[in-house]
Design a binder for this molecule. Structure first.
Ligand code: CMC
Length: 430
């Protein structure tokens, strides 16, 4: 990091110089690590609105320009040219694979798709109606108990094996959560078809008959996975990094990321969005819901709208809208009620002063729910599909952090506004 420039801060008549660093692209940062030592003060930034918590070379977002790059490549090109495992390789290793590297990576992932037979017994501990995210938090965390052979996080080879295991097993674990809820037999993975086709086989196949995944639908699901594979230092990724900063094992860290992703302000938005569309029900009710979204005394938000970083448009939403058209056409669902409703809602919201002023645009989750529903994926599983895809980003970010010589355990401070020191009064005086 280049330290040619300094920022000067004067506080209580005292002036301190703080180094300024530039990344390869994007805003510069002021290094405040010495701030407390020099001034006795902390910075205050709830929600990390102005804080770069780490260095990273994986994903770059320009929220004003609607740009998303994985390792420098625009999301539009990756979604058009690559399959999910190529993108996973890119995110993990920094470069796109050549044909030999791709064949080898596909092969490695395929050879790790099965889960330990004992892991299967974990499922029967859950109620049949358990939310799939509850199952995923538990089962992915439980992987920690199965892979003692590769738990030395200081060893790059061990970290790589853990990454392959997680990427390979997540489709199986998600599909088993679905099958368990339906009371259907778990399906063993097939190694002769693609990663995403195999996921569809484990979801929708059954032992009684052959299942041939529709290539248009496989491509659509693959695109959903690509669009969700990484997204810089969002809440769940930061959770994974914070959990990992203590030296916790990768399976426990990814499980913590899944728990964070579940929330409706984050990955749970796709499920919440579809539930909202069902609740709105008809174009004639859109006005009423837009009014509620703008009402300060009403906690209702238009799910699938708004983003902390994208303030002009979410490039993923544009791609998802295209995919939505492709899937509905393929399935002869051009007149899908919820799709029509979503298009009408988007149009009305985008013309409304409130949404324009606050720069609230549809995000990736606005259309992904409609696509997933058309593919036959139940609403409750939407966030599980997001977790499957984001596992690639989480494990790459975790790996990058562990390899960073500047890495320290995460330990934020606070602005304390509770009681000052006082004495415990005797019970008779309380
Ligand atoms: N509907 C109505 N008003 C909204 C919405 C919305 N969806 N989103 C933000 N606002 C308002 C908000 O009330 C606030 O108003 P005011 O300035 O009067 O207080 C203003 O816009 C700024 O919003 P914020 O909540 O302070 O912004 P944030 O950056 O903290 O939150 C967000 C971003 C995504 C959590 C929020 O926009 C939201 O809750 N959206 C709905 C949930 C959603 O779709 N989440 C998926 C995000 S994309 C997938 C992912 O990456 O996880």
């Amino acid at each position: 990091m280049n330290t040619q420039r300094n920022a000067t801060l004067t506080v209580d008549g005292k002036t301190v110089e703080l180094p300024v660093y530039s990344g390869s692209v994007g805003p510069d940062v002021i290094d405040i690590r010495q701030l407390y030592a020099k001034t006795g003060m902390f910075t205050f930034d709830p929600g990390f609105m102005s804080t770069a918590a780490c260095k990273s070379a994986i994903t770059y977002i320009d929220g004003d320009a609607g740009i998303l790059l994985y390792r420098g490549y625009p999301i539009e090109q990756l979604a058009g040219e690559c399959d999910f495992l190529e993108v996973a390789y890119l995110i993990l290793k920094g470069e796109l694979p050549n044909p030999e590297e791709k064949a080898e990576f596909d092969n490695v992932v395929k050879r790790h798709t099965m889960v330990h037979e004992q892991l299967i017994r974990f499922y029967s501990g859950f109620r049949r109606d358990a939310h799939p995210m509850a199952v995923l938090v538990g089962v992915v965390g439980a992987l920690s108990a199965f892979y003692h052979d590769a738990m030395d996080i200081s060893d790059q080879y061990h970290r790589d094996i853990s990454a392959y295991r997680l990427i390979a097993k997540l489709p199986n674990i998600v599909a088993m959560a679905y099958k368990y809820g339906r009371g259907e037999p778990f399906m063993y993975p097939r190694n002769d078809i693609s990663y995403t086709a195999n996921f569809m086989h484990m979801m929708f196949g059954n032992p009684c008959e052959d299942y041939e995944p529709n290539p248009v639908l496989v491509r659509a699901l693959d695109r959903i996975l690509i669009l969700h594979a990484d997204h810089e230092q969002n809440a769940s990724t930061s959770t994974v990094r914070l959990a990992g900063s203590s030296g916790a094992n990768p399976f426990a860290c990814i499980s913590s990321g899944i728990a964070c992703l579940w929330g409706p302000a984050h990955g749970g938005a796709n499920e919440a969005c579809l539930t909202m569309l069902e609740e709105i029900g008809d174009v004639s009710h859109v006005g009423e819901y837009i009014k509620r979204a703008k009402d300060k005394s009403d906690s209702f938000k238009l799910m699938g709208f708004g983003h902390r970083v994208y303030k002009n448009f979410d490039p993923r939403a544009k791609l998802m809208r295209e995919t939505c058209h492709e899937v509905l056409n393929e399935l002869g669902l051009h007149d899908d009620r919820l799709f029509k409703l979503a298009v009408a809602l988007e149009k009305i919201a985008l013309e409304d002063d409130y949404f324009v002023e606050k720069k609230l645009y549809p995000n990736v989750d606005f259309y992904s729910g409609i696509v997933q529903r058309a593919l036959g994926i139940p609403t409750q599983l939407f966030t599980g599909i997001f977790a499957l895809a984001r596992t690639v980003g989480w494990i790459a970010q975790w790996n990058e952090m562990i390899a960073d010589p500047d890495q320290k355990i995460g330990r934020p401070r606070q602005l304390f506004n509770g009681a000052e020191q006082r004495d415990v009064p005797p019970m008779s005086k309380r």
